[in-house]
Design a protein around this ligand. Structure first.
Ligand SMILES: *Cc1c(COP(=O)(O)O)cnc(C)c1O
Length: 219
């Protein structure tokens, strides 16, 4: 299927309240432009310098989301333009984002990544630490960031019961915090599991290979 058809096919299945982040990491600009021409405006990348290079080259009405793990010393390369940072998992990182946001005279929207998978390799804050962070004075003193919601990555498995359990865990946490902390975004679900993530509360899905095809990392 063409990129355009894959994209339209996925979009036709998404409820109205769900935002589609087209994950374009490793993909060349002409392929991303195909999705752009088909109407897609929100793209996700997992490497800051790759995202910055694409930002420079591509139309300026694109919303760029950083979905990958972040090294603090690279925040400066995206601070002027990034529209949402998904994988924030420490106060140290929030402080650096705040500092760079201030330098650029803007507020940067972030999601806190929560660890829901049972794999060690997945980053994220333990569930118990999320509230602690939100109430800490160090956090509330940061004026140039806004926590818009939570993000999670489920275990890489076909076990539907386990996926549901992990998505539900994050959805429950999100619902407990939503009103008090003014959250509006729950980012969970990728190509393999986004329909299930949506059924379990997600309103932002990050879909790459189902739109652009498999990624080739060996190139
Ligand atoms: C690559 C990536 C995705 C998209 O993965 P697909 O399986 O290709 O849809 C989603 N979220 C994050 C954090 C990613 O790194």
């Amino acid at each position: 299927m063409s990129i355009k058809n894959s994209l339209n096919n996925i979009k036709s299945k998404l409820p109205n309240n769900v935002t589609l982040v087209a994950v374009s990491k490793t993909k060349p600009i002409p392929e991303i432009m195909e999705a752009y021409e088909a109407g897609q405006r929100v793209f996700g990348e997992n490497k800051i310098q790759e995202m910055a290079a694409k930002y420079e080259e591509m139309p300026k009405d694109i919303e760029w989301h950083m979905i990958g793990h972040i090294q603090r010393n690279k925040v400066k390369y995206m601070a002027s333009f990034v529209s949402l940072i998904h994988a924030v998992d420490s106060l140290k990182l929030l402080k650096e984002i705040n500092k760079q946001a201030l330098k650029n005279n803007r507020t940067i929207s972030c999601l806190l990544q929560v660890k829901i998978a049972d794999e060690d390799s997945k980053f994220g804050l333990p569930e118990e630490d999320v509230l602690q962070l939100l109430v800490s004075e160090e956090f509330t003193s940061l004026q140039n960031i806004k926590i818009e919601g939570l993000m999670g990555m489920a275990t890489f498995t076909n076990d539907e019961a386990q996926l549901i359990q992990e998505f539900q865990k994050l959805n429950t946490l999100y619902n407990t915090l939503k009103n008090k902390y003014n959250l509006s975004t729950l980012s969970m679900g990728m190509s393999g599991d986004y329909p299930l993530a949506i059924t379990n509360g997600s309103n932002m899905v990050r879909v790459g290979s189902a739109i652009f095809g498999e990624r080739n990392y060996s190139k």
